[in-house]
Design a protein around this ligand. Sequence first.
Ligand code: HEC
Ligand code: HEC
Length: 298
Amino acid sequence: MPSAQCKKGPAIAGLALALWALSWLSSAGAADGPVARGKYLVRAGLCIACHTDYDNKGAELAGGYAIEVPFGIIYSTNITQDPETGIGRWSDEDFLRAMRKGVGRGGRHLFPAFPYTSFTNMTDGDILAIKAYLSTVRPVRKENRAPELTAPFGWRFLLAGWKWRYFEESPWTLDPDQSVQWNRGAYLVQAVTHCGECHTPRDWAGGLNREMLMAGAADGPEGETAPNITPHKATGVGDWSVEDMVELLKSSYKPDGDNVQGLMERVIVHGYEHMTDEDLTAIAVYLRSLPPIDHRVE
Ligand code: HEC
Ligand code: HEC
């Protein structure tokens, strides 16, 4: 039986690591206060990539980007400061509720095309930093477009049942047995950059199959195929080095000299390539530590 004293050592070391990592978590990416940190996170979390209708030269963050889902089309919304059509009147609590619980204005449930299933893992500090940055962005008046979804999937009230089955509000927890770099990577992947929302297969109702985390989705986001990015040698990216992964997230180039296209290119150009090398390296280190899953997607 280990004595109380033997137990204390690792516990204290773990606590020290946790405190260190937490301060690092909330400082990495921006040393200049919440607005700069929020700006960084709006790129890394793909808010700007998804809430801007680049194809039709839409204003930044004013929404209207059409997302194809298996049951129709859903449009991202205006998250500029416009008081009528955007989120100009939102309180901190309103914003936290949307990001953590997927509940929007008037208490309505939000469709998980908005990846709150990942953002629920973000720290309050990071969510409020995003809000602080958004409050500095020019307000744009632009009405939201209603989703065009077939019944019953378009029935917002049914989302309560979907959430009960597939969604858990869960602040991210640190793993004291892992390095600070690994923890930073885990936080960025699970809470912020949400790679798994595209690279994990879903079931018929759009719920993530968590046993197949990052193992690829043949019928993936917007009908595109998202490859297996677990470190499986034959079917995943097991032969990629950490540097290869960082290079992809910065330049769209794969180790074989090919470049990624479609949605992956979009999220790199409007998101990941703006991140620090330190953060991209942490992401790659975390991904390499995942269990390799044998799953070929084509
Ligand atoms: C993959 C696309 C996508 C990404 C990435 C995304 N959103 Fe959204 N977001 C949406 C969609 C679609 C909705 C509307 C959902 C609905 O109508 O039920 C939405 C709704 C919202 C809402 C609810 C308010 C409203 O206008 O209805 C907020 C707030 C929000 N997003 C903020 C963010 C922030 C902050 C980020 C980045 C951390 C982000 N979103 C990333 C697609 C996205
Ligand atoms: C919006 C959906 C989406 C998100 C978010 C996303 N990916 Fe992708 N990813 C894709 C698609 C689709 C492809 C396939 C691109 C192609 O075929 O050119 C891809 C390709 C890749 C590849 C190439 C793999 C190979 O074998 O060719 C890697 C590696 C990758 N993504 C890693 C990531 C990482 C790491 C993240 C998070 C930091 C991420 N992706 C987030 C959709 C996404």
